[in-house]
Ligand binder design. Sequence first.
Ligand code: 3HC
Ligand code: NAI
Length: 691
Amino acid sequence: MKVNDVVTYAVEGSIAVITVNSPPVNALSNAVRQGVASAVETAIGDPAVGAMVLICEGRTFFAGADITEFGKPPVEPTLRNLQLVVENATKPVIAAIHGTALGGGLELALVAHYRIAVPSAKCGLPEVNLGLLPGAGGTQRLPRIVGVEKALDLMTAGSPVSAKAAKEMGLIDELAIEGQLRADAIALAQRVLDEGRPLLKVRDRTEKLDEARGKPEIFADFRKANARKFRGFNAPEAIIRCVEASLDLPFDEGMTFERQLFNELQADSQSAAQRHVFFAERQAAKVDSLPADTPILPIAKVGVIGAGTMGGGIAMNFANAGIPVTLVETNEDALFRGLRIIRGNYETTAKKGKMKPEDVDTRMGLLTGSIAMEDLADCDLIIEAVFEQIDVKREVFGKLDRIAKPGAILATNTSYLDIDDIAAATSRPDSVVGLHFFSPANVMKLLEVVRTKDTKPEIIATAMKLAKTIGKIGVLVGNGYGFVGNRILAARNTQADQLILEGATPWAVDKVLYDFGFAMGHFQMRDLVGLDVGWNPKTTSSANVREILNEMGRHGQKTKGGFYDYDENRKQTPSPVAMQVIEDFAAKQGMTRRDISDAEIQDRILFAMVNEGARILDEGIASRASDIDIVWITGYGWPKYRGGPMFWADLQGLPTVLDRLKALEAAHGAAFTPSPLIERLVAQRKGFKDA
Ligand code: 3HC
Ligand code: NAI
């Protein structure tokens, strides 16, 4: 029987089976909640029914509340009211889980009286990733069922656990046989009935709470251990407070407390930012300009040219995904060095317990070293990661053109060079694309996929798909200097360099950015990357502070000195030597240093970045403002809870942004001349989100 468009009701023997089918992920939308509540009530009133099974069709059990309904007026039954119907049902309800039971979906399963899952299922409360807390009783029920410590871990990490782990911690009562969930759930319901098992309610359990009451230090220890990870985010602290409340307050009062904190988080700009990031990530994967039937090319074998900092990391991505790689260097020394570093990285990962020791050899077995480019002849994709010099790259591509098989994708990892120029060294520029990885390439999530004027649609589509295969977030960008990420970084560089000459210290600039939420400050990052990247000792001319520091042998962390000094443990202190260099250079330029406020530092850096982002968008180098946000969050440590530079600008209001830019232009010149796009959007009363 159809209950509504998304819920059906069937009775088998004495078991009612309530089936939900609301693609793509069975989010708990208005229709789903209404349908389930009505079906449960039908089952309660049906004398032929003794127990019921709640199960979903499609790829997953409920993936949570419907995020698209957030901010809209609530429609009955709310999730909490639906939970009351289920929890207080006079007949046992069995939740049957496959796919991912997430957020409100898992919270709904937690009011069922029994839970069964297939081994491949996963359970989690990922609300923290959206700047929220589990708001349908998760913070009160989870500690009661898995204990306070596990509950804190699960809810603040937000990552799901396997069904097996869920069973071990008591979250799941039984594992079903894969592919037989429906039948096994019905069988469990029948057993519950036959054996007269009680209507178990998680809310009534107290034993795990009693255990935690004996360990009052849990919360302080947890806060301390995670201080760095949670810095700046509001949701983790709110979750901890709710779990504290689960010990201190009776269940219903705990629920009220949870509701209050949930509402506060939901109204907060952090959650709006994190929800924006959730959708922006998914949006980034979509390329509107490609026809839906664009073919995806098979990538069974990959070549990487250059086994340096980037080439090694790039190769690891493919080995991790089980794709064989041929790694080419100019000589055996460089090749062995590159391979040794890769092995070392894997061994470190294995030592940390994040990889099985036997997998080190398996992955290394997928890597073949060579000093002959001819060995790349059978590769479907070849990624060049040699020195950042146009002549070297053109030579490599010219040779590659003669070696690579027809149809192969020829990619470059260049940071700044013109990819059309590189492609022109081949007879097949339409097969050339930029794949701009970020350092360390085996870790960083971002992959800028750079299309040139000639890149073929199937190559773009394949590159975007490939990003997902190797666990990256691919963002399609255009071929302009520095693409999206590095071009905005250059705008930040200009301001940061100028500010330290005018009177700010590098540590003051860094503190402003750190306090804003960046993982590290600007000059800390430059020291880490190395001040000598792109510096040529042969042509150096003491033209700026960075060159002078390099000439002094201060290349950053690796030489124990850059803008900061570093001890053996890489602990940094502001360097008086660097400060002297800055002051002397400013004096040489005839500049009189002045006091610069933190507010000015923040404004100049952030508005310069936003303005550059607007120009990038206007020029079509990025196709959406939200793509720029994803680039800066996943590639450069922009705090996720601030949603990226363009979201942040929208939050200030573009009229405010325009006013500030005009004031900064008057004081500091053309870097702040507002992008025409901002002027247009303000005139149209729009934000970047509408651009
Ligand atoms: N609400 C609305 N839409 C959702 C959604 C949700 N909870 N979860 C996913 N979607 C949409 C996505 O936006 C995407 O839409 P699109 O096709 O138009 O781009 C589509 O479903 C498919 O999603 P994915 O591309 O992410 O599909 P995957 O198969 O890769 O992943 C998933 C599936 C693991 C379920 C993943 O989508 C996910 O993690 N979803 C979010 C889960 C979540 O955060 N739940 C908690 C919600 S908050 C909550 O429940 C509050 C409660 O405590 C009161
Ligand atoms: P690197 O200097 O560490 O490595 C380059 C390697 O290429 C060296 O091992 C060199 O021996 C090898 N090589 C040079 N010519 C070669 C040839 N003809 N054939 C085979 N191998 C050759 O440089 P890095 O940092 O790995 O940079 C490589 C590229 O990646 C550059 O284009 C750079 O701009 C880009 N990039 C660098 C990032 C970084 O943070 N280091 C980040 C993103 C991109």
